[in-house]
Design a binder for this molecule. Structure first.
Ligand SMILES: *Cc1c(COP(=O)(O)O)cnc(C)c1O
Length: 222
């Protein structure tokens, strides 16, 4: 139940050298573990479940930046809208519209990342290229003033083939660059969230600037 402090400090140095930010994925882990990293100066934490996030947020220091990285259901957006720092897994227009609506209610602009489906597996969520093209039209984004598109997020296939992971991440980087160069209202492609404990070095090689790392820091989840 203890955090891996040496691994954390090593990782921080490695990521700083590459100008990559670190989201420490604390899902299923106790608040004590989060506090241990907090005391080392860490502020960005990622959670997958709304209820767990809401209760941890209430209990822990208010300057933590909470990233929601799981699959978010539209009917649960309201619980995290007042405080969430970044929603990584926005995978439908319906969800984006709901986040905008809850952003209006909460009186804030909620930064989000569009999740893109890059893995071979059917089970991973995300937009495909056709859906992205359909969504990313100026007239669609114009009114979404309270849900700001800050970039993209993707998860590679769960495979031992580094070659395959590499090509999936590269594909996402190309898509990211394509949209970064466009002028779209309420969108600003600055963040490319890709890479987890098992594949973050490959992700960084492919241009990631935000990694989401859990088990390397907190140990395996039971
Ligand atoms: C759990 C999770 C992570 C962290 O996974 P590790 O392999 O423990 O680093 C990253 N991203 C998402 C979306 C996750 O659900």
């Amino acid at each position: 139940m203890a955090i891996n402090k040496d691994r954390y400090l090593q990782l921080v140095t490695e990521l700083q050298d590459n100008k990559v930010s670190l989201v420490a994925v604390s899902k299923t882990k106790p608040v004590q573990d989060i506090m241990a990293l907090y005391q080392l100066g860490h502020r960005d934490f990622g959670e997958n479940y709304v209820q767990e996030l809401v209760s941890k947020q209430a209990e822990l220091p208010q300057d933590i930046r909470w990233h929601f990285i799981g699959h978010l259901q539209s009917n649960k957006v309201k619980y995290i809208a007042p405080f969430v720092y970044l929603v990584h897994g926005v995978d439908s227009e319906k969800l984006l519209l709901e986040i905008n609506k809850q952003g209006v209610k909460a009186g804030r602009v909620i930064p989000i990342l569009l999740q893109v489906h890059i893995a071979a597996e059917e089970t991973k969520f995300g937009f495909d290229t056709t859906e992205l093209t359909a969504l990313l039209q100026p007239e669609k984004l114009e009114n979404l003033k309270n849900a700001r598109i800050a970039g993209m997020m993707g998860m590679a296939s769960f495979t031992s083939s580094q070659e395959r992971v590499h090509s999936e991440f590269e594909g996402l980087k190309q898509m990211f660059d394509h949209y970064r160069d466009k002028e779209l209202p309420n969108a600003d492609f600055n963040i490319l969230s890709m890479g987890m404990s098992g594949d973050y070095t490959t992700a960084i090689l492919c241009g990631s600037n935000m990694v989401r790392i859990g088990s390397l820091l907190f140990g395996n989840r039971g």
